[in-house]
Design a binder for this molecule. Sequence first.
Ligand SMILES: NC(=O)c1ccc[n+]([C@@H]2O[C@H](COP(=O)([O-])OP(=O)(O)OC[C@H]3O[C@@H](n4cnc5c(N)ncnc54)[C@H](OP(=O)(O)O)[C@@H]3O)[C@@H](O)[C@H]2O)c1
Length: 325
Amino acid sequence: MSNYEMMDYIRCGNSGLKLPRMALGAWYSFSENDDYENMRALVKTAFENGITYFDLANNYGPQVGAAEINFGKILKQDFAGRRNELLIATKAGHKMWEGPYGDGGSRKYLLSSLEESLKRLDIDYIDIFYHHRYDPETPIMETMLALKTMVDSGKVLYAGISKYPLSAVKEALQIAKEIRLPLIVGQYKVSMLVQDVFENGVYDELRNNGIGISAFSSLSMGLLTDKYLHGIPEGSRMDKDSRFLKKESLTPQLIEALNKLDVIAKRRQQTLAQLALTWVLSKDVECIILGASKPSQILDNLKAIRSPRLTPEELTEIEGILSEL
Ligand SMILES: NC(=O)c1ccc[n+]([C@@H]2O[C@H](COP(=O)([O-])OP(=O)(O)OC[C@H]3O[C@@H](n4cnc5c(N)ncnc54)[C@H](OP(=O)(O)O)[C@@H]3O)[C@@H](O)[C@H]2O)c1
């Protein structure tokens, strides 16, 4: 079976672009302190199993920029001549460099950042350029026009937004229509533990306007896997770097809920990670951006794509467990 036969590719909203059901993100595992051979194995395992979309950002590191540099090296070494088989996304919007022009949503920041990302990755174009977060200090029109300039220059094919609140999504989509910007995707945190997007109107707004959704942290950075069922294991993200995955978040109630979810997973002959991903797939998002520290995790997670969908009874049972948190 070819790598492409192993994956489902879904049209991103109303656009012509097809996204794989799962992508690989480089927020973690691609820093300057990580093992380069492991990074290569992650990217190669992903691609060999049909993952064509790789999700980066200017600031993924540490040091900021390291993930793009490492991914660029892997492209050269292992994907020479295959650039057009890959979807490479990057972003700008969080702090990247010192001073007033290295953060936010200004034209100055975004256009400079794109040039730097292209250099680090050593490629000619980016497939999807996301504005990484809403910047209340910059008019959305300015940000959207900066994205349009990128697209018109041929250096970016499609635009995306990430973590925009509902009012900003509405304005961005309206402007995108006016200026004919191919804004095709919104990137949001979606997991059994974080369901805001369904509650705050963002999901419906994107769906009703034919915009695709790429989901991130669908395993809650690893919490929704079997590794935290009995505490914090050595070498896990929470153990090594708890900047974003705080040790305090692993409460006794959460451990109890995770164990109950694991019972459902086992009943379905799934791992807890697969159950968590099956749940996100049941919510009709085009693509889940996976994080991974080992190639075996990618293989484990991909199995969710071919797993039986959750029944209404199972979904109710899961909601019951989550409602106790
Ligand atoms: N737009 C944004 O603002 C934004 C924000 C965050 C992320 N993202 C994107 O989304 C991507 C994924 O985010 P994330 O890393 O938070 O995703 P995640 O899928 O929720 O968590 C990934 C982590 O879970 C653990 N894991 C994964 N599969 C496992 C398995 N089968 N069994 C046991 N443990 C497993 C690994 O951590 P261990 O180290 O513990 O093994 C892995 O690094 C990022 O790389 C980035 O591209 C975007």
